[in-house]
Design a protein around this ligand. Structure first.
Ligand code: GLN
Length: 208
């Protein structure tokens, strides 16, 4: 891993502070992203990785577009920036939303379909231990979406109550739950290890 990578946390609405705390504990530096220049400067990307937090996906979507952050975010993620989207962040990554709020769009990066608020009111909010390929994770579900379709190349990394709740493609990870609310470091460690992989790749390419 690069020494102290910088993670950009989209900080327009939602659970910004919990992600920031967890990533700081894991040794990362944090840049809060509130406008395009926080993400991209004259000399390129200003962060090594990205977190799209939970919150209200339609609100975050509206703010992202209003602030002209949609294209820079899309380009950065599509260009290989290691990214973790949680809950509303997963909705933002999805190519298809089955029940969007009026006018709601997304960054449309991951070939998946999501259904918002997919779990009934009795499991509206729950703390759950999930199995993942990286180990067990204790996480929180809050009005969580689920993934109802995955396209080719999208790996399923978590299921809950018969539904897909975690997916991954390359260095893009999307989960329907909140690891940051239970201080579960597994997914954030995965993000940091993706950055290590990316930077080694880039060094290898630069050496050619
Ligand atoms: N249901 C919310 C949405 O669609 C997500 C909830 C959350 O992020 N905790 O935005």
């Amino acid at each position: 891993m690069v020494a102290a990578p910088t993670i950009g946390v989209l900080a327009l609405q939602g659970g910004v502070r919990e992600h920031t705390r967890l990533l700081t504990e894991l040794g990362a530096r944090i840049t809060l992203l509130r406008r395009p220049a926080d993400l991209v400067g004259a000399d390129g990307l200003r962060v090594d990785g990205l977190v799209l937090p939970g919150g209200e996906s339609s609100t975050i979507d509206r703010l992202v577009r209003w602030l002209d952050m949609d294209e820079p975010l899309r380009a950065a993620i599509a260009g290989g920036l290691p990214t973790l989207g949680t809950c509303a962040g997963l909705v933002l990554l999805a190519q298809r939303i089955v029940d969007p709020a009026p006018g709601q769009q997304s960054l449309a990066i991951l070939d998946i379909t999501v259904q918002r608020n997919a779990f009934g009111s009795q499991v509206d909010s729950a703390e759950v231990e999930l199995g993942t390929p990286y180990g067990a994770a204790k996480v929180a579900f809050i009005r969580a979406p689920r993934v109802t379709e995955t396209g080719p190349g999208v790996e399923i990394i978590a299921r809950h109550a018969g539904s897909v709740v975690g997916v991954r493609r390359g260095a893009i990870t999307g989960v329907a739950f909140h690891p940051e609310l239970t201080a579960e470091p597994l997914l954030h460690r995965l993000l940091l290890s993706d950055i290590g992989t990316e930077s080694r790749l880039n060094q290898a390419l630069a050496g050619h």
